[in-house]
Ligand binder design. Sequence first.
Ligand code: AVJ
Length: 341
Amino acid sequence: MLISFDNAAGRRAAASPPAPASRPRPARPESPADADPRAAELCEGLLRRSARIDPKFLYDAQGCVLFSAICELDEYYPTRTEREIFRSQREAIAQALPDPLQWVDLGCGDCAKSRDWLSHVGARRYLGVDIAAEWVTGAVASLGAQHPGIECVAVGADFTAGFDIRDRLGDVQALPPVLFYPGSSIGNFAPDVAVPMLAGFRRHLGPHGRLLISADLRKDTAVMKRAYADALGVTAAFNRNVLRVCNRLTGSDFRPENFLHQARFDEARSCIEMRLVAGSRQFVRIGGQLRVFEEGEAIVTEHSYKYTPERFGALLDEAGFSSHRMWTDPHGWFGVFLAQP
Ligand code: AVJ
């Protein structure tokens, strides 16, 4: 077993433009934003007229625990629906994959979703790719201990921008990669960002590789909304937690309890928009500046796009894939797509 680690996280943040300044900024005390590109990215988004936080910041240790709790909720259908599709269609999907193959787990986290696949596919190598640097190495090591016959590699990378791990794949003709991107995570990206991302995935595949990716499908609005505004308030806690992440990374002084969780479905864009709305006027110190949030003003924290099968297929076409198949559940709520270059 080989464990190696490249930290490519934070590249995009370093390349993003500086916060717009309407007036000369006073000399400010050194803030964490000066050193940490993630803090700089957070400040930039929060100081915009329409404040926003990239959803990747939702997943600190606390956020990951809360997201796991979301996945157990009755209202949150995606996790169990995907699990059921994988369970019932595993053989059919596995048959459509190259053999042997190298399994590339994008956003592997604790590697749990891949565990069920490894005994059904001809995997010679496993690459666990995740932005959460601290996590991956241990998770991949324990997977490797259970599969002594599979070469297991941990790769730290942010695949939201400039993702390229082709040098880690070796000869893709001999050992075709299957890029596994489950959980409908692609839904976090607007189509204009998703297409180049998918095209980037495609460039890793060689002639025989495949992309195995899931997308949440468009359905009754009430069902979708409930999934992001659950009765127990778990999603609200998950959303508010991002303000604690801001406080920790940027030194800001948000009071999370003063912001209300909101999830609405944007028909035109076909996405759930998750926001934090100020319950009363808030004065927040961010990156050496004072940002006022008026009562009712929102910080957008996440978009979760919902596709028809046709629309997601069109997205794969746009990204250069030549064909794809889809598996779904009896309600047609969730889609598992297998795309070929
Ligand atoms: C992890 C992006 C797939 O959009 O459904 C769940 C995140 N946010 N509840 C989703 C999420 C609020 C989730 N993804």
